[in-house]
Design a protein around this ligand. Structure first.
Ligand code: NA7
Length: 444
């Protein structure tokens, strides 16, 4: 019997478990599945932890989410085609829910599919070796400290790429008397109330963590971009300046001449694709981009087709794109999809990467990733979902952000699965201080 190891039970790991379970539901014989999860619970990044640094066993904490994190894109863009928000919540809910609500939704489908039985919790994969025929997976049970070795025909890497921070150093950091942290370790904006905060970076983390600090009462927030500013219309207490040059005591000096006092520096400088457990020749090596190299259809490792990666792209599309990838990977494993020749694989990868390298703005990037997702969607039985509507939603969302970064989350979108139009939330995001599911779900 074919044996498949799935590493990670975050959204991607759960997607492929659900994909196999759906095939079984349809009467197909599925492989033997083992999903390894180093945390004590499922949900990956969405499984919030107060911890930073190490867990109780000494393992690095994968969590990068924080209190008061609200979705930064419309939920209608990430909805599962086979499990709608309407089905889960039994009532229409607004388009931008807080983390706990999305976590509940992700787990709702997983519970319905009864896939927990495949997951080995508190179990870290510490080595994957290919012996020319099968993969030997060595895993550590963190609770009783035992190492187990098992052989598998296929490996599905679903360990994400927003867990291991990239931490640059700037001159003067060693003697800076304030607090320096990476966004990975940011947990609660309240900590920065009345503080002068500098956020370094110009992508999603920089944008959201800067807004969080402002929303929860920072005295000022200065964003230092490296290449291009985000360029939103920020509130008066926020501004963007060009690249930190150095720190002198409590003073920050930027390349554009701007100088100011600073209490705390938050590095929103991105994450590393980090797979220490994989042999070198199995390891994806990439920055955060929309089409990482050497992955056929963004999924199958070009040098060994029995190892697959899910969710390794930079992302506009998320959960339903992971699903399309998972359904594709499942069908390759179950021999329902046959891979073309090495030459055709190379051509296909080249085609996507050439397109990706020519992209100039977010609208083109949205189009690119929508085309990629549709390409995958077309070849499996992942249920119907209107990716054209999702494409339009992403573009409207981009425009809403440009119009007003403080109010874009107050908009409402229609479901690409059920057609349901989301209600407007009872409290505008800028005034919504409580991120609990209880407060979100109750009417005002
Ligand atoms: P991203 O989207 O990978 O962005 C990383 C950012 O870090 C990007 O703006 C980089 O600037 C910046 N960067 C990298 N190195 C430096 C240095 N040395 N100094 C300053 N800035 C630097 O990561 P995020 O954490 O923002 O987002 C990750 C996901 O979290 C995202 O998909 C969301 O869904 C949530 P550059 O653009 O190269 O100038």
């Amino acid at each position: 019997m074919t044996k498949v190891a799935i590493i990670g039970s975050g959204p991607c790991g759960l997607s492929i478990l659900r994909a196999f379970q759906q095939a079984e539901e349809k009467g197909q014989k599925i492989p033997k599945l083992v999903c390894y999860e180093k945390q004590d619970d499922w949900g990956g990044l969405w499984n919030y932890s107060w911890r930073t640094g190490s867990d109780q066993y000494g393992d690095p904490i994968p969590n990068s989410m924080y209190r008061y994190l609200w979705s930064n894109g419309p939920k209608e863009c990430l909805e599962f085609a086979d499990y709608s928000f309407d089905e889960h919540f039994k009532q229409p809910i607004p388009s931008f829910p807080p983390r706990e609500v999305l976590y509940d939704y992700i787990l709702g489908r997983a519970k319905k599919a009864n896939i927990k039985k495949y997951i080995k919790f508190n179990t870290t994969v510490n080595q994957v070796k290919f012996n020319g025929n099968m993969f030997e997976v060595s895993s550590l049970n963190k609770k009783d400290n035992t190492v187990t070795r098992n052989n598998f025909d296929y490996i599905v890497v679903a360990t994400g790429h927003f867990s291991v921070p990239y931490i640059p150093e700037y001159k003067g950091m060693k003697t800076f008397p304030g607090r320096i942290l990476h966004g990975h370790d940011f947990r609660d904006a309240e900590e920065f109330r009345n503080k002068e905060v500098i956020v370094l970076g110009s992508s999603y983390s920089a944008e959201d963590i800067a807004l969080q600090c402002y929303k929860y009462g920072a005295k000022s927030v200065t964003i230092g971009y490296r290449n291009n500013p985000m360029g939103f219309k920020w509130p008066d207490e926020m501004k963007e300046v060009h690249y930190l040059d150095r720190l002198e005591g409590k003073k920050a000096i930027f390349k554009d001449g701007h100088e100011q006092n600073v209490d705390a520096i938050i590095l929103c400088s991105g994450y590393l694709h980090h797979f220490p457990y994989l042999e070198e020749n199995l390891k994806l090596k990439t920055g955060n981009r929309l089409y990482p190299p050497k992955l056929y259809k963004g999924v199958v490792w070009q040098d060994n087709h029995k190892i697959m990666y899910l969710g390794m792209q930079d992302q506009f599309h998320t959960f339903n794109m992971f699903d399309c990838q998972a359904w594709f990977a499942r069908d390759v494993i179950m021999n329902k999809i046959h891979l073309p020749s090495e030459e055709k694989i190379q051509d296909d990868i080249n085609k996507w990467m050439t397109q990706e390298e020519a992209l100039e703005d977010p609208i083109q990037m949205i189009d690119f990733q929508t085309e990629y997702t549709k390409d995958l969607h077309a070849v499996s039985d992942y249920p119907n979902i209107d990716f054209e509507l999702i494409r339009e939603h992403f573009k409207s969302w981009e425009h809403h952000k440009e119009e007003n970064i403080m109010t874009y989350r107050n908009n409402s979108f229609a479901s690409a699965v059920t057609g349901t139009k989301a209600p407007i939330h009872h409290t505008p995001w800028a005034e919504a201080m409580d991120d609990s599911m209880y407060t979100f779900m109750k009417s005002k």
